[in-house]
Design a protein around this ligand. Structure first.
Ligand SMILES: [Mn+2]
Length: 313
């Protein structure tokens, strides 16, 4: 009988929050004698906070890290959702036993001592993987759960427009939307709009959803700011560039890539800061002050991180 923490990545996005919550709920429904506690490593994204409030669901517990076990105590058991790379994970992870992984990203610096319960599938969101697991275990999805799962599918796949969206995502999204009596894309739009647009500082645009990648022995951070009004965000270009430079220095990174993704225009303005030579090669763009518009680029993972990683080899 253990307490097992279920935790998404740093700088949590909607999928990191909802996947930790929903997987903990699924595991608790299976009554295996353990207690699964959903956790988060940072503030709730606004769209997650509003949805959880509307549904009356308690937000995941904030944790700062994992402590080493006290003498005679067992190591903390953890389940990771929506990430596996060490640089994106809970501080002190080396003190924990990773007993599970639910993800849809590449595998990087991931090691366990025991065979983990690992389900990693190249679908559009971690919540798609979790919907599939609800089915596999024959656990009925409540309307509140359907609302959370569908919301994360829609934000992670940019309303199914991202190239990361698969037929599996479309099928599950249709089904959950039908249960809720909504149109999946319209529902997704509402979730995006609930984020608001004008209330992020340049600093927040940079760091709210940023991930660290070790590429060619250097730290490269890739941030993504998704908005329904990219032009408004870019009015603060000098402040955004300054915030990128500050972030890079504070985190001892070689370079920072920032995508200002306009969901309605379906593309990203790509800003570069510091040593981004490999990013420039991977993306086929130059470091231009005002950034480079890349039409159709919605997915950090598939259209930005993957070609940059490939360019380093
Ligand atoms: Mn995700």
């Amino acid at each position: 009988m253990s307490t097992i923490l279920v935790v998404g990545h740093q700088n949590p996005d909607n999928d990191a929050i909802m996947s930790a919550l929903m997987f903990a709920q699924l595991k608790n429904a299976l009554n295996d004698g353990n207690t699964y506690v959903p956790c988060r490593l940072g503030p709730l994204p606004k769209e997650s906070a509003l949805l959880l409030e509307r549904l009356g669901i308690e937000e995941p517990r904030f944790i700062e890290g994992i402590e080493p076990p006290a003498k005679g105590e067992e190591r903390q058991q953890i389940i990771l959702t929506d990430h596996n790379e060490l640089g994106q994970s809970v501080p002190g992870r080396e003190h924990a036993n990773i007993v599970g992984l639910i993800d849809h990203h590449r595998i990087g610096n991931f090691e366990t001592s025991q065979p983990p319960f690992a389900v990693v599938l190249p679908w559009g969101s971690s919540c798609t993987v979790i919907t599939y697991l609800f089915d596999a275990y024959g656990v009925e999805i409540s309307d509140a759960q359907a609302s959370c799962l569908l919301a994360a599918m829609m934000t992670d796949t940019v309303m199914l427009k991202s190239p990361t969206a698969t037929d599996v995502d479309r099928r599950f999204a249709e089904r959950l939307a039908k249960q809720l009596g909504v149109d999946p894309v319209e529902y997704g739009k509402e979730i995006f709009k609930s984020r608001g647009s004008g209330d992020f500082t340049p600093r927040q645009m940079v760091e709210r959803d940023i991930k660290r990648f070790e590429i060619g022995g250097k730290n490269l951070f890739i941030g993504q700011y998704e908005t329904v009004d990219g032009a408004a965000a870019l009015q603060e270009l000098p402040e955004i560039r300054k915030a990128m430079e500050e972030y890079r220095k504070e985190h001892d990174a070689a370079g920072v890539v920032l995508l200002i993704t306009d969901i309605l225009e379906e593309g990203s303005q790509v800003l570069l800061s510091g040593d981004t030579e490999v990013a420039q090669r991977g993306l086929g763009i130059a470091d231009v002050h005002e950034g480079v518009w890349m039409p159709g680029v919605l997915s950090r993972k598939k259209q930005v991180a993957a070609p940059i990683i490939a360019a380093a080899h």
